[in-house]
Design a protein around this ligand. Structure first.
Ligand code: GAR
Length: 190
């Protein structure tokens, strides 16, 4: 059995999709949802799936071993960042080398980096009059949105798009691809 922990800061629609996708699996299990926000809706979603959750603050994340200890207790094989907005500390990256992945709502290396998340990304894509955007799933290193890309998928950007309509199109792509990509990674097929 391969065991996943998901980090999320907000709504958690990607986390929801991943929990649904693996809910009947005998090979892959989500055993922990972690969040830096105690009112993040993803925590409700975890409760609905009867998955344990954990909320932490900055000092626990950056100045203690609390998170590493919790992950070790759960024998985590893969850490999935699904809308998690804090930089991952180097201690965690070293401990989980090539075992942390992130999803980003644009075609990296464009439109990534510090401060580039959620609507801000779509706003920037529209301001640059891009004709296409998409999603990137990548390994996480000590920089924002910088690790090796494992998967990308594209969609069109229309002149009539608002950040909201583009976000919706991107979310659909994320929901379609993220869980199958995780499955392939864990099964050694990617
Ligand atoms: C997703 O679109 C994800 O790509 C983005 O946050 C959203 C979370 O949505 N992540 C970033 O922008 C990271 N730089 P969700 O909470 O509905 O899953």
């Amino acid at each position: 059995m391969k065991i996943i922990a998901i980090f999320a800061s907000g709504n958690g629609t990607n986390a929801q999709r991943i929990m649904e996708y693996f809910s009947g699996s005998s090979q892959i299990k989500i055993s922990l949802i972690l969040s830096n926000k105690n009112d993040a809706y993803v925590l409700e979603r975890a409760k609905n799936f009867k998955i344990e959750s954990c909320v932490f603050d900055k000092s626990a994340f950056y100045e203690s071993n609390k998170i590493i200890d919790i992950l070790s207790d759960h024998n985590i094989d893969l850490i999935v960042l699904a809308g998690f907005l804090w930089l991952i500390p180097i201690s965690l990256i070293n401990k989980y080398k090539d075992k942390i992945i992130n999803i980003h709502p644009a075609l990296l290396p464009k439109y990534g980096g510090k401060g580039m998340y959620g609507m801000r990304v779509h706003q920037a894509v529209l301001e640059a009059k891009e004709k296409e955007s998409g999603i990137s799933i990548h390994y996480v290193n000590e920089f924002y949105d910088d690790g090796k890309i494992v998967f990308q998928s594209k969609c069109k950007v229309y002149p009539s798009d608002s950040p909201e309509t583009l976000a919706e199109r991107i979310h659909k792509l994320e929901h379609k691809h993220f869980a199958p990509v995780i499955e392939k990674l864990l099964m050694g097929k990617l």
